[in-house]
Every structure is written in structure tokens, then in C-alpha cells.
Write a protein that binds this ligand. Structure first.
Ligand code: HH2
Length: 263
């Protein structure tokens, strides 16, 4: 899944695809590089990011989603707002990627009615404050229990089981240790039977783990760490990886798959 942020302030690609034409071109390139889905978002969720009004979020994403959908690319919309999801589905999006895990009942009914795919992500708290003091007794079990409960709610509301993806929400109300444990025990999520999506691309825990004497690595230097996580997540059974560098991700996981499938 290629990440396409139509925002001025996303943590690693903010401003790059803020104009619709640039965003559409980037989306087509990601698809050509091997992305099965293009995840279009109009609001940054990095800690401390500003909330974007509904109309402005729709303005940012709708024309990009429509253009990519008309060219028969699979598009998901990365949003927490039911109105934005509904507008995106209306112009061709086939998946709603909700970092708040379908907590809003309106989001559930819109997805059930549309018959679209849904990505349910775990987040402790809200983006504004989630990194202040994340706390868990058993992060892996708590994230799994939350995701399974939300997935069952979605099924009860009419979302088909095959349309559901669950996502541990790397970096969303989690410290470095929490992120590493979730990735180390990703099999626990895979064993729920729901398809697992992982978004670790360029995230700050990678910069921290690979800290140099000058401090944590900036987002622009997290490529190798990201690829290591992609390969391990795929090996653990993740069915989709959310990636900024689609070509590099595709090559890394295809290479790993060739080795693992050798007879
Ligand atoms: N991470 C981000 C945004 N959306 N969706 C899912 N399902 N899983 C994730 O891990 C995830 C996500 C944050 O990354 P990014 O979109 O690059 O940055 P920003 O929120 O600053 O736009």
C-alpha cells in the first residue's frame, strides 16, 4: 500500500504532493512500482498535528481519489471523519483506512452500506496527546483484544469479514519498546484470522533504534530500517505493508519471498 499524503505537514512527505496534479502523478507512479493500493490522506496524524476542517480535507483528497480510481487503481482513504469517508467512497475509493479504528458509529454504518474494505487501526488516545505517556500492562494482548472487538463490531454492523483488515498502529500511543514488541509478536494478530496491515514506514521508532551520535535518524534516513521491518512483518504473516518507498519495499519483500519459497 503506497502512502500518498495530500497535506502540507505530514511527518515525512508533507508538502510533496499537496497539489492535486503532483499527487495523482505520485499515485500512478506508486501503482507502477508495485503498490496494490494507494492510501490517500488529507490530514496529518503525526503527534501535535493540526486538525483539518471537513470541507478542506474533502477538497484535498476528492479529486486525487477520483482521478486514480478512474484509472482503475485501488484507492483507500485515510481518514477519521465519516463525511470524508462518504465523499471519498462516492468518487471511487474502495477502502476506508481509519486510524481511530471505526470508533465513530457513523463510520461503521457508512462502511457497511458501501460494502467497502475497512482498515481498523489501534491507537491509544488521540494524535494530539498520544505520545505523552503511553501505557500498557501487556501491549500485544491489549492491542489484539481491541482490534478483535472492533472487527466484531464491524461485522455485527454488516461489514463482511473478508473486507476487514486489522493494524497494530505502530507509533500511535506507543513507545519504542511497545512498537518493537508488537512487531516481534505480530503472529498474535495474524492468528486472529483477520488480514493484518502494518504501517511502520519511516516512523520515529526506527530513527531511535538506529540513533547515531548526532541523535535519532531523521525520516530521510530510515529507509534501511523500514525495509528490515517490512521483510520481518511479511514473514510473520502480514498481508499488506503501508510504504512511502514503494519500489524499495516491493523489491525487498519480493526478494525475501523468493528465498523463502525456494525448493
Ligand atoms: N500511519 C500513518 C497514517 N495512517 N494508517 C494505517 N492503517 N496504519 C498506519 O500505521 C498509519 C496510517 C502515519 O504515517 P503518515 O501517513 O506517513 O504520516 P502523517 O500522519 O504525518 O500524514
Amino acid at each position: 500500500m503506497g502512502v500518498l499524503n495530500v497535506t502540507p505537514d505530514s511527518f515525512s512527505d508533507g508538502g510533496l504532493h499537496y497539489e492535486a496534479a503532483a499527487a495523482i502523478e505520485a499515485g500512478l507512479r506508486m501503482a507502477a512500482e508495485g503498490a496494490d493500493w494507494i492510501d490517500v490522506g488529507g490530514e496529518s496524524t503525526r503527534p501535535g498535528a493540526e486538525v483539518v476542517p471537513i470541507e478542506e480535507e474533502i477538497r484535498r483528497v476528492a479529486s486525487v481519489i477520483e482521478a486514480l480510481s478512474l484509472k482503475e487503481r485501488n484507492v483507500s482513504v485515510d481518514t477519521r471523519k465519516p463525511q470524508v469517508a462518504e465523499a471519498a467512497l462516492g468518487v471511487g475509493a474502495k477502502m476506508v483506512n481509519d486510524i481511530s479504528g471505526l470508533r465513530d458509529p457513523d463510520m461503521l454504518s457508512i462502511c457497511a452500506r458501501a460494502g467497502c474494505q475497512v482498515a481498523i487501526m489501534h491507537m491509544q488516545g488521540e494524535p494530539e496527546t498520544m505520545q505523552l505517556n503511553p501505557h500498557y500492562e501487556d501491549v500485544v494482548a491489549e492491542v489484539r483484544d481491541y482490534l478483535v472487538a472492533q472487527a466484531r463490531r464491524a461485522e455485527a454492523a454488516g461489514v463482511a469479514r473478508d473486507n476487514i483488515w486489522i493494524d497494530p498502529g505502530i507509533g500511535f500511543g506507543k513507545n519504542v519498546g511497545h512498537n518493537l514488541l508488537l512487531l516481534r509478536h505480530l503472529n498474535v494478530l495474524v492468528e486472529t484470522g483477520y488480514r493484518v496491515l502494518v504501517g511502520a514506514s519511516r516512523k520515529s521508532f526506527i530513527g531511535r533504534v538506529l540513533s547515531a551520535s548526532s541523535g535519532p535518524l531523521p525520516a530521510s534516513e530510515r529507509t534501511e530500517g523500514t525495509l528490515a521491518v517490512h521483510v520481518l512483518a511479511q514473514q510473520a504473516g502480514a498481508a499488506m505493508l503501508r510504504a512511502h518507498d514503494v519500489l524499495a519495499a516491493r523489491r525487498a519483500i519480493d526478494m525475501a519471498a523468493a528465498v523463502l519459497e525456494a525448493e
